[in-house]
Ligand binder design. Sequence first.
Ligand SMILES: Nc1ncnc2c1ncn2[C@@H]1O[C@H](COP(=O)(O)OP(=O)(O)OP(=O)(O)O)[C@@H](O)[C@H]1O
Length: 322
Amino acid sequence: MIEVENIRKTFRTPVVHTGRFAGLRSFFSREYREKEAVQGISFTIPPGEFVGYIGPNGAGKSTTIKMLTGILHPTSGKVRIGGISPHEDRKRVVAKLGVVFGQRCQLWWDLPVKDSFDILAEMYKIGGKAKEERLGGLRELLGLDEFLETPVRKLSLGQRMRADLAAAMLHDPDILFLDEPTIGLDVTAKKNIRGFLQTLNREFGKTILLTTHDMDDIEQLCSRVIVINHGRIGYDGSIPRLRERIGLPTVIKVTYRGPVDIPEEPGAPFTIRERSEAAVTIECNRQEQKAMDVLRTLGLWGEIDDVHMEEPEFEEIIHRVY
Ligand SMILES: Nc1ncnc2c1ncn2[C@@H]1O[C@H](COP(=O)(O)OP(=O)(O)OP(=O)(O)O)[C@@H](O)[C@H]1O
């Protein structure tokens, strides 16, 4: 269980002067600028949940993750991971956590991948059969064998991410924090990583908090999404409920065969976006109108030949929340 209670983080940075005697003025200056990166955030994540933690650049996502992992101490508020405060007992919390930062490799750059795993296993005090079994499972799930002997610096981005994920899971933590794990990856590599994360969550019950700018990651993986902006939570709930709340229209295009009689006003709760001799495109709100009811009305205007339906893009919905 991850418990976050009204956490805040204010960064205080000295004001740097410019112009004449700037260095001297900065040196003697006691002026500070304050930045409230996180402004009172609360949420609870029960075991086994897969949560997307998203927001625009500078929203406060990384700052939150750093407070959850104990790297940063909140200015106020409380964090509990499995009942333990990461600040008070970082060692015990770290044992429960796996952390992956997509932009930062956590392995030894010049060593073969398997040597990095050996060092980590030593650090976590995993040996013998347990180590073989765990590493065997990860090798299979992540396809590590093709590059186990390769130095980390020579890995492709996709291979490096797979190695990083294996390293994060080596001590079998219950919780995984991921910061942009698919950044820069091609379609196939993304698919592999997503498949692995899905397996961790669904088959092994791992709790996952995922930060990403890739909305496909969120839509394909997360059952819940927390949206943060300017250090505050703007939304916390399921994706369908978010779609409902934003209420962007669904677009339906119907092509007719034979004679068509499209009225000037639809006389139904949807709007006509475009019409031609043999087709009509309408916009409707799926929360207010069932697609079948809309189609029934459209069927009164002529014999339907083909139907094309476009749901609002998740990306567009998130853009509206930001
Ligand atoms: N150590 C620091 N000192 C001062 N300000 C900081 C520090 N770390 C972060 N900030 C500021 O706090 C705000 C939130 O930053 P944070 O890195 O948490 O955002 P983010 O949501 O992770 O953004 P991104 O998507 O760009 O990674 C930003 O305005 C940032 O400049």
